[in-house]
Design a protein around this ligand. Structure first.
Ligand SMILES: Nc1ncnc2c1ncn2[C@@H]1O[C@H](COP(=O)(O)OP(=O)(O)O)[C@@H](O)[C@H]1O
Ligand SMILES: [Mg+2]
Length: 318
């Protein structure tokens, strides 16, 4: 993939790995300082949930820890003891060839397919096995590799669905407390409208989701995830099926979200170059096992990673 913006990010990183002066347009209006305090503890990519729970949540501790997570489906061992830890405010990449277990990690964290072994700790609390809506309520939002939007609904209504975890009234309750619910809905709508502006979805705002092109559907999913106001955003191959311009937009968006909102992002990708350009740290999966972790430079120079990618390229070519 040749992405000019991503290439620029790559060479910027190579030239000055620790500078932060990105000459990018700002997508978020909020000015929030992200700590670049050099005394902050360097997070090990494999800090265990145990040490995190013992230490208690501080600004230095990871926001998310997956500790020795395993999951199988029938005879297929999709994850074999995967341990990753993500620092607050990081863009963390999870890479690997197709079928290596990336989406299974997302499903384990978000409760769709809980791990059969191991633990998941978010902001100091063990969330292993929580149902998806409870994981969402804790502050984790995701997008899906295969778009999961509601047919027969408009773009606006699809985005509104992301707010439901914050709505206090059930459908029945709403019948009785309609005035209160209406006031709540107005407040929710403002948030949704702000995101529609931010993600430049005005033109398709009222369109039925079926007629929206794929690249924009991905953006609608992103809006639906963000409208839940998560602290951890998980993006499962957000650039798949996008054209060049949309990929560039998504890349900038991810970096801006990190820089200006302090949002933590777990970015799933199978394109190495995308992850290397955007992520602070990353982990590489191959056949359900973690074969490398660290900065993109460290992971990319790992021989196992080179072999896994060459191997998968040969398989695809053959
Ligand atoms: N719900 C499921 N049911 C059965 N097998 C699954 C399921 N989810 C994943 N798998 C299997 O687990 C392995 C890893 O899949 P996945 O996590 O989707 O890989 P990736 O996202 O890296 O492409 C694959 O062999 C896949 O077929
Ligand atoms: Mg996947």
């Amino acid at each position: 993939m040749d992405l000019t913006f991503l290439e620029a990010e790559l060479s910027r990183k190579a030239a000055a790995p620790n500078t932060d002066g990105r000459p990018l347009p700002r997508l978020w209006g909020v000015d929030e300082e992200i700590s670049d305090d050099p005394t902050e503890k360097e997070l090990g990519a494999t800090d265990s949930a145990e040490s995190y729970l013992e230490a208690g949540p501080t600004s230095n501790t990871p926001i998310l820890v997956c500790d020795s997570v395993s999951r199988s489906f029938g005879g297929v061992q999709a994850l074999k003891g995967v341990s990753i830890s993500i620092g607050s405010g990081e863009v963390f990449g999870l890479v690997g060839p197709n079928g290596s277990g990336k989406t299974t990690v997302v499903n384990a964290i978000t409760g769709f397919y809980p791990p059969q072994q191991g633990r998941i700790v978010f902001e100091g609390a063990d969330i292993t096995g929580l149902a998806p809506h409870n994981v969402a309520k804790r502050g984790i939002a995701r997008t899906f590799q295969n778009i999961a939007l509601f047919r027969g609904m408009s773009v606006l209504d699809n985005i509104m669905m992301g707010r439901h975890i914050h709505m206090r009234h059930s459908a029945l309750g709403t019948l009785f407390y309609w005035a209160l619910a209406e006031r709540q809905e107005i407040a929710q709508r403002e948030l949704v409208e702000d995101l529609i502006d931010l993600l430049q979805l005005q033109d398709v705002r009222d369109a039925p989701i079926e007629i929206v092109p794929l690249g924009l559907k991905k953006r609608v999913e992103l809006a639906r995830a963000l409208v839940a106001e998560p602290r951890l955003l998980i993006l499962d191959e957000p650039m798949a099926g996008m054209n060049q311009e949309e990929k560039e937009y998504m890349a900038r968006f991810i970096l801006d979200a990190r820089e200006e909102r302090g949002l933590t992002v777990l970015l799933i990708e199978h394109h190495m170059d995308v992850v290397a350009a955007l992520c602070d740290r990353m982990a590489v999966l191959s056949n359900g096992e973690q074969i490398a972790a660290g900065t993109p430079a460290q992971a990319l120079s790992n021989q196992k990673v080179v072999d896994a990618y060459l191997g998968s390229k040969r398989r695809h070519a053959g």
